[in-house]
Every structure is written in structure tokens, then in C-alpha cells.
Design a protein around this ligand. Structure first.
Ligand code: FE2
Ligand code: FE2
Length: 276
């Protein structure tokens, strides 16, 4: 096995490690595996093979039998006024973070032959997402429920499958559309939680919002890197990809300061504001 940098042939491969984290099928094992691989990567104990075979297709990453996955329109809407409603809200966000762990590992696993910094960025994102999931799961347990109790949808992983063939499309549509949506909606959630006096959950969402800006920024950097490598105009391609994969419509209002910090330029923001 040839390796990049200081890694040596006896080390586990990053792609095998990412596959291991993807396959982990309980919340505890996925979180623990993610933290362990991210720490080993930081210590430079994980090799990035230059001659790895092509990635295997992944139908579904490892996940617990619950939550039961349903169509988004079949998810009940509950207000935050009751303890059950708060638990359902926390569960929905915890589910997004659980999926985000797999999305980050899949960005590592699926796209090969890229600069070391690409892998460092997405390993770091996986570790952040595992932490976000744990923060929310812990809070959910304080409301008497655990991850798996409510139903959930599979929209995030479906986008990973649709973009599995193309790193450029993945960077455009997962970090710069799905994760960026979190930047838009989280301030409103924080305001609502504050009205209900739930400062503990507010504190968690503030951490998540801050860290998600960095995830979207990594998506912007690597999206532009792929565009440059392929000699395509990033703005025109972004518009095309939105039309092809996201129905051409992103709903506002947009969190302009957070999106600016996350690498959206003024032309892209103008495109979004104008409804594409
Ligand atoms: Fe997150
Ligand atoms: Fe994220």
C-alpha cells in the first residue's frame, strides 16, 4: 500500500476506517468509532492510500432498527409547548445530526485521490456531527425519550446516494444546500426555544449553528476546488445542480451573514434571493 505523508503501510486505511464508521449500526458504536478514527487521524495514525480500489456502493449505512423511516409528509407536526413536542423536536434534529455523521464519512469514503486537507476537513466534520448528535440525544433523554422513539425521514441519505458519482455535485448539494439550510432555520428555532424558556437547548443549538458555518465553508471551498479542477464556472454549475437535484427552488429567508461567512459570494446570494 502506498501512502501519503508520514503515514506508513501498517496503518489502517482511512477508507476502511470510514467504511467501519458508516457500517456502525447503533448510536453508541457510530459515535465511538467516529471519535476514535478522528482522533487517530489527527495523530497521523491513519493512512490515505493513493492506490485504493474504487469505493463499494453503500445502499444504507448502518443504523439502528428505530427510528422507523417514513415519508417526510407523514411526520406529525407538534408544537414546542408540551414535553412530548419538545422531545419530538429534539429527536428530529438529533436524526439530522446522526445522518450528518454518515454524510461526512461518505464524503471521505467515496471520493478518492483528493488532497489530504479534503479528508482532514470531512473527518473533522464527522467528529463534530457525532458531538452534535450526542448533545441532542442527551437533552432528548432529559425529556424522557431516546433516539429511535419517534419516526424520521431519509431525505439526507437519499441526497448522498444521488450525488455518489460526483464529488462536485456532493459538495454543492450536501454542505451547500442541506447543511446550509440549517444555517437559515436555526436562528428561528433558537428564538422560539427562548420564548419557551428552554435555555439549555438554546445553548446546544448555538454551538451547532456556529460549527455548521465551518462545515458549509468547507463545502464551499471544496466545491470551488472541484469546479476549478474541471474548468467549470461555479455559479452557473451551482444553478444547474440546484435545478437538477433540488427542484430549482430553495426557500428563504436566508441567513445572509452566516451564508456569507460560509463562503457564499454576493452573486450566489443574489441568485438565492431572486429565487434562482
Ligand atoms: Fe451538525
Ligand atoms: Fe454539519
Amino acid at each position: 500500500m502506498t501512502t501519503v505523508g508520514a503515514a506508513d503501510a501498517a496503518m489502517p486505511s482511512l477508507f476502511e476506517a470510514a467504511a467501519y464508521c458508516l457500517a456502525a449500526d447503533t448510536p453508541d458504536t457510530k459515535v465511538a468509532a467516529t471519535a476514535a478514527v478522528a482522533a487517530a487521524f489527527q495523530r497521523n495514525e491513519v493512512a490515505i492510500p493513493e492506490d485504493a480500489p474504487p469505493p463499494e456502493p453503500i445502499g444504507m449505512p448502518g443504523r439502528p432498527p428505530r427510528p422507523r423511516l417514513v415519508h417526510p409528509r407523514d411526520l406529525p407536526h407538534r408544537g414546542l409547548g408540551s414535553s412530548e413536542g419538545m422531545a419530538a423536536f429534539l429527536h428530529a434534529i438529533a436524526h439530522i445530526e446522526f445522518n450528518a455523521i454518515d454524510l461526512a464519512w461518505d464524503a471521505v469514503y467515496r471520493f478518492r485521490g483528493l488532497p489530504r486537507q479534503y479528508y482532514a476537513d470531512w473527518v473533522g466534520v464527522a467528529a463534530d456531527e457525532a458531538r452534535h448528535f450526542t448533545l441532542l440525544r442527551t437533552r432528548l433523554r432529559e425529556f424522557g425519550h431516546d433516539y429511535g422513539y419517534f419516526e424520521a425521514h431519509n431525505g439526507l441519505w437519499e441526497m448522498a446516494q444521488k450525488t455518489a458519482h460526483d464529488g462536485l455535485a456532493r459538495m454543492a448539494l450536501v454542505p451547500r444546500v442541506l447543511e446550509a439550510r440549517g444555517l437559515d432555520v436555526t436562528p428561528g428555532m433558537i428564538a422560539k426555544l427562548r420564548q419557551h424558556g428552554d435555555e439549555a437547548t438554546v445553548g446546544i443549538l448555538e454551538v451547532i449553528l456556529r460549527e455548521e458555518v465551518a462545515h458549509v465553508a468547507a463545502g464551499s471551498r471544496w466545491y470551488r476546488w472541484f469546479c476549478e479542477r474541471e474548468g467549470v464556472d461555479p455559479r452557473a454549475r451551482f444553478r444547474e445542480l440546484l435545478a437538477e437535484y433540488a427542484g430549482g427552488v430553495l426557500r428563504g429567508p436566508f441567513n445572509i451573514p452566516a451564508r456569507t461567512a460560509a463562503g457564499f459570494d454576493s452573486d450566489e446570494l443574489a441568485i438565492l434571493e431572486a429565487g434562482l
